[in-house]
Design a protein around this ligand. Structure first.
Ligand code: SF4
Length: 246
């Protein structure tokens, strides 16, 4: 069986962002180069496939007002700059979910599934859309995790997620709310004070995976820095004016 189809349903219920039906799924293996081979969690609309949701705007339920979603004009998404290729992982995971491929473990079993390992919160979708109790269960016995949220103004997840920010004004506001910041910057940007370049980035030569680094768990402590990463590639072209102005 394809490894991405080995997974479990973590949550089925209303989105905390807008109340629409969503599902959170954990796939237990990954070939993701940035994170390493760790469980990934996917937050999807239950009632519409992920590609369609990006084109009609229903992805708001799982991504909120993230600026990387692009704009919907006449039923088509334009200027999407999110690094997630929705027609790959999210689309096939949603299809597998609809075919009933994923089991529904008990809450106790969920904690054990991720025990002593590392897990990525929100490989697609914002963790803020899912009740906090679900994530608390997922990370309760985990050795570490990574997560970020664009919904930091509305939800207090500062001890679980980094705040995703594109501008210095947003970064300051997120810090004020107690978050550490994961900042996307324009290519070639200087290193910001109190920021560490993401070691999994192209500019750092993919020196580490998230499993090795483990900075982006939101928590204060030994790695109290914020993190910056350069936007690369065609997909981020529409975002560059915002990043350069920010
Ligand atoms: S800073 Fe570390 S944990 Fe965060 S995205 Fe980069 S490699 Fe992963």
């Amino acid at each position: 069986m394809n490894t991405k189809h080995r997974g479990v349903v973590l949550y089925e219920g209303p989105s905390l962002i807008d109340g629409a039906p969503i599902v959170a799924i954990a796939t237990l293996r990954s070939n993701n180069r940035k994170t390493g081979d760790v469980p990934q969690t996917w937050i999807l609309r239950r009632d519409v496939d992920p590609v369609s949701a990006t084109h009609d705007g229903r992805d708001t339920s799982i991504c909120g007002t993230c600026p990387l979603r692009g704009d919907v004009v006449a039923g088509r998404n334009h200027a999407r700059s999110c690094y997630v290729r929705v027609h790959h992982g999210p689309q096939s995971i949603w299809a597998a979910y609809r075919r009933g491929r994923y089991s529904r473990p008990t809450p106790a079993r969920v904690a054990w599934l991720f025990a002593a390992g590392f897990v990525r919160l929100g490989a697609y979708g914002d963790p803020a859309a899912v009740p906090r109790a679900i994530w608390d269960r997922v990370v309760s016995r985990a050795r570490g995790w990574t997560g970020d949220t664009h919904a930091w103004r509305r939800f207090d997840l500062a001890d679980l997620c980094m705040a995703s920010c594109e501008t210095s004004a947003d970064a300051r506001a997120a810090e004020h709310r107690g978050y550490r910041v994961f900042r996307i910057v324009a290519p070639g940007s200087r290193r910001l004070p109190r920021y560490t370049p993401c070691p999994a980035s192209r500019e750092e030569g993919h020196a580490m995976t998230c499993v090795e680094c483990r900075r982006c768990d939101g928590r204060a402590g030994r790695w109290r820095t914020h993190v910056q990463i350069e936007a690369h590639g065609q997909r981020h072209r529409s975002l560059l004016p915002v990043l350069r102005a920010g």
